[in-house]
Structures are given as C-alpha cells and as structure tokens.
Design a protein around this ligand. Sequence first.
Ligand code: SAM
Length: 471
Amino acid sequence: MATVPVAETTKNTFIDAGYISGVLECAKGATDAEIRRILDKAERFEGASHTEIAALLMTEKPEHIARIFDIAGKIKRHIYGNRIVLFAPLYVSDYCVNRCAYCSYNCGHDFPRRKLTMDEVREETKLLEQMGHKRIALEAGEHGAECPIEYILECIGAIYGMKFKNGEIRRINVNIAATTTENYRKLNAVGIGTYILFQETYHQPTYEQVHLAGPKRNFDYHLTAFDRAHEAGIGDVGGGVLFGLADPRFEVLALMIHNEHLDERFHSGFHTISVPRLCAASGMSLADFPHLVDDATFERVVAIIRLAVPFTGMILSTRESHEMRGKLLKLGISQISAGSSTEVGGYAKRARNEAANPQFYVNDERDALDIISELMGDGYIPSFCTACYRSGRTGDRFMSLAKSGQIKNVCLPNALMTLTEYAMDYGGEAFRAKAFAAIGQNLPGIANERMRTKAAENIEQIKRGAHDFYV
Ligand code: SAM
C-alpha cells in the first residue's frame, strides 16, 4: 500500500532567545498583586501561561517562593494523589556519531562500544521483569549504521514478544535521537508508549557549544522532533531539559513555550516532562559546566513546572539522590525510575557482579524492591500502571480526560490492581502484608462506586493468581 506523504517540520518557529530573555527581564517588574493573582490561578489547577511562569521564575520574595512550594504540593496531592508510577531504562546501544560535551557516549571517547544482540535484549528484559517492571524507557546513542531504526524496531519487537509467568513489559517509551517523520511513523506502528527526547538546552549558543559535532548539533532539527513525531501520529511526546547546561530560568520558560507550541498545533502539549540534572560521567568534568543547578534552585524549578502544567506527568530518574527524590516527590514528580542501570547490558553485568561502565553515574543505587518498599512506608502507592496507552487514552484524548479530572477514576484502581499484582509476584510475606494494608486503606478513595466495587473484585482475583487487569 502506498504511504501517504506527510509534513516534515524541520524549522524552528517558536523558540526565540531574544523574546525569552525579554520576557524574563520584563517579569522582574511583576508586582506582588500580579504574582498573587498568578498563584491564585495555579492554586485553582488552571496552570499558567509562559509570561506568568516568567514572573514566578524571577521572584525572589520568600513569601512568594514559600507559596510556590505550597501550591506545588497541593496540586501534586489533588491531581496525582499518592500514586507514583515506576519504570526503568533499558540501554540497547552506545554507538554514537555525536560529540556531546556532557555525555560519555561522545564519539571522541575511546571505549569498547556495543549494542545488544536480540538474545541479550531478551536477557535484559527478563532481568527487568524480575524486578517487577512493566514499563521501560528504551535508550540508545545515535548511529545510523550501527543502530538504525530497524534495529530499534527489532529490539521493541523482541521486548514486546516476551511473556513471563508474572507478566510482561507492557509499555516501551523510547528515548532515541531526533529522526525523520518516516522513522517516527515506524515507531508509532510498533506501538511505543511516549516518544521522549530531551532538548538538553533551549539556549542555541550553549546548544552549539556543547554539541560539537554530529547530526545532533542541528538545533532546529532537534527542536522540531516532536512536530515530526506528531506529524507521524505519535500522540504522546515527552520533553525535558538537561539542567546544568544553561540558565535554568531561560530553560523552564523555553520548555513552557515549547509546550504551548505543541498544544496549539496538536492540541496536546507534553505528555510528560523529565527533569534530568547533569551528573558526573567518564570523559567529562562537571567543573567545565558553569551553570550547574544547586538543590534549592532545582526544587524551585520542579515546583514551578508543577504549577505551570498541572496535568503533565513529571519524571525523575536515579540521577537524583534518595534524599532529593524524597523532596521532589512532594513537589510534583509523578514517575520515578528504580533499580536503574545506565549501561548497555548493565542488568546482566550487575547480575554477574561485574563492574559497571555507565553512561553517567547515578545517585540512587538502591534496589527496585527497596525503593518500592520505602515508597509504601512513606505513604505512597507504587504503581505499575500502563493502562492509558493500552486503552487508547493518548494524546489529546488523555489530556482532555486529565483536565476534566476524570482520569483519577482510572488511575487509582489501576495503581491498586498493579500493586496487588506486584505484591503477589515479587513481594515476601511482610511486603504483602504492608501492601495489602495500604491497598485496603486506599480503595475507599475510588470515588466512583461501580469502579470501586470492580477494583475490589479484581484485586481479590489477583490475590488468587490472576494477572493484568486494567481499566
Ligand atoms: N541519543 C539520544 C539523543 O540524542 O537524544 C538520547 C539517549 S541518551 C541515552 C539520554 C539522555 O541522557 C540524553 O538526552 C542526555 O540528556 C542524558 N545525559 C547524557 N549525559 C548525561 C550526564 N552526564 N548526566 C546526566 N544526563 C546525561
């Protein structure tokens, strides 16, 4: 069948550095009354426009900053409740043609590169599944010859093709380099979850300074990747900035303008926003990066994003320490990775007790089970839910359900059912007792009576060995 030609956006029309700097400068003049109005609006879960966000980014008044944190916590509790979605990365290839100053995969670095064979992909998948993961982020360096789109598609096929006694990987989010509309079509056809791509920095001079060579150096092409993904039919795209490369206020404002652009053009802004912060890695020194973001500023960044886009999931990786993750969960993070390896073949190496050679050094090295147990101890419900994408609640459909508040009717039952499944399949007796107590306490929180009754019935069936219920 002949393929229908599609648009192929490659030119930036929405990020203008002069405009962003001007808005930030102008926002310095925001009055107390204006900032209070913006905060009142955010407190009603109405989000904020980019000019309003600029005012929150620029204020230094302690009473405003305290209220930003307060409202972020309130939004988090109201929209996401105590659910935390879990995932892990799966690195399949470290071949790379780019020269990114912050990344150990930089093609100028000399180390034995590899990509996984399909048997190795299956071995890693099995190890991830043994940790209880149902959702992964597939990661690869950029290399047209060693890691073409066909290789990525083959990996996805191998992962989705695996069924275990306890289930399977049910959602593969994909974090690979910006590519063509045609390649995004191919990814869409094999049923990926979210297409994730970090802009790294929206500040073009910095972008060109840190991306020294390779296709990734093309700022416009990288920036318009989500336009092409949408043009190819991918409804869920996940953005992010690598904090530590440029001024975080500039980055957050640009990220929000990017979100508005996608919302205007495709009626669906970012499905998720990731907040990676620069970590030490082999072949680079953090001392060479003058814009590293300290913890206090980073907390503010997370809180302000939470206010700006209350319905957009926020993802935090093991780049952050145990302590920081605890703080940021309260300020808006809704998804975290657990038990991660940032190395090609890293899960198998870990199982063999071999020394790691990661893409960057993570700061939370706890086992997935420890992280999950501790989340429950802190009153959270770890969720292995992958239902939205499997039920076709993606793109603008997801966003309209989220904005109407109805999404909660499915998120909580799914979280409780998948936690029951996890407890049965991976938890010891003590863990199960703790999980079942938490599930019992949270069931009454399902507002819709029919959904509540159904979830309770399903949970009983899962306790008797059934799998994979979702609504
Ligand atoms: N190759 C893909 C691309 O070009 O976008 C992305 C895959 S890469 C495995 C995932 C992300 O790791 C990058 O987008 C970058 O933000 C992040 N990363 C690279 N080096 C890092 C470091 N030293 N610290 C923290 N994150 C880093």
